[in-house]
Design a protein around this ligand. Sequence first.
Ligand code: PHE
Length: 491
Amino acid sequence: AEAEMAEEAILGFLQTREEIADSGEFAAAHGLDHSEVVNVIKSLHGFRYVDAQDIKRETWVLTEEGKKYADVGSPEVQLFLAVPPEGISREELQKRLDPSVFKIGSAQAGKNKWVEMGKHISRKVQHVDDKVKDMLTRIKDGQGIDADSIKALKARKLITPQTWKGYSVKRGPNYAPKRKKAATDLTRENLQRGDWRDLEFKEYNFSAKGPPSEGGHVHPLLKVRQQLKNIFLYMGFEEMPTNNYVESSFWNFDALFQPQQHPARDSHDTFFLKAPSTTRELPEDYLERVKRVHELGGYQSRGYGYEWKRDEANKNLLRTHTTAVSTRMLYLLAQKPFEPKKYFSIDRVFRNEAVDRTHLAEFHQIEGLICDRGLTLGDLIGVLHDFFSRIGMSKLRFKPAYNPYTEPSMEIFSYHEGLGKWVEIGNSGMFRPEMLLPMGLPEDVRVIAWGLSLERPTMILYGIDNIRDLFGHKVDLGLIKKNPICRLGNN
Ligand code: PHE
């Protein structure tokens, strides 16, 4: 309503007069808020109803201290009024006044020769005027004061300068005494009545921001996962079906030559299922060959030399790595005439770990593998450089490591520019012959593979340093709504 009144006043004024010389004076004369008048002028100027010119003025505003004195009077007058006609001891006067009022008031009142300062304080004049208060009030009300008073108030830090901004306004090329409301929609009624001919339509604003979307928001982990999927697909990898969180110990451990007494197979490290506690079906002839290798060796392996138990292999668990799925895929591949393959997966795994700022009991693994005749460690190193450089990690180092299912095995380190040091980012290796040959893969087929967590790169990309801020019940939904898109690699 205030805006409409201002608009009416401005356009109406310009109907008979050449110019509004000063929007500030205009606002004051019409009882309007100046900031509202400014908004209306800007809008009218934008639609060229008016031409507006900036004007600037140096003005003075009260400081906090100045505001206080404008309210309750200057300290010198407060002090003067506190001195009774017969005088007062310094000590007593000090008691009656605020310390700052006493300090400033006695200095000023002494200078003005209003009082005699000493052990005993007495009046030297009958009556005083509070000129400071009057001047401050005038400034507060936007009235001018003389230059000497300005200087004095400024010296006492009761006023400070401020640039006042306003406009002078003239009629513009589209001037009309009343603004035509531009139509935003063409309605059926407009067409029926024929008034569409006279309507003025609002122009499109192509740089307007859309309303924030009310729909779902993609979690950062899923954004990074999508980018990694794109990279794998770009590199010619096929996605493995990882839609089973429950896995048997056989596929998760035994087929990967994790011996049955391996600490990772302890319930402290792995979540076992109560119901159904065991798997119903395993490939029996393959299982026989796996058992033999565990017990006696074979395929150039010495085996572990222990009594392998079927019951242990049957136990259901929440998979501890997606390598369980890779193993199933390689087994399936071995059942058909050999074809080279490049596979990847990105999905959830579970470990019974103590939760801290970098660990949760579940996380996501990214896994890639290539299966072809005659692959070498050089191929693995090459593909790792290719893959990691696409996610912005081009400085890599490798460290020999141990996995029951790969030989050689390498931990992967990347140089983190932000931290200025090498950080471990993944694990890799060439699957062992005693793992691949019992599946029935041809002798010269080699499988190179690597794995890493999805959380690590996501936390680095989004600058999150506590995993619980990324995943789980403590995640701030506002953060999920606001965090930016992710772009990696060549897409
Ligand atoms: N399974 C390994 C892990 O959980 C990752 C890995 C995958 C290592 C493939 C070598 C080959 O850390």
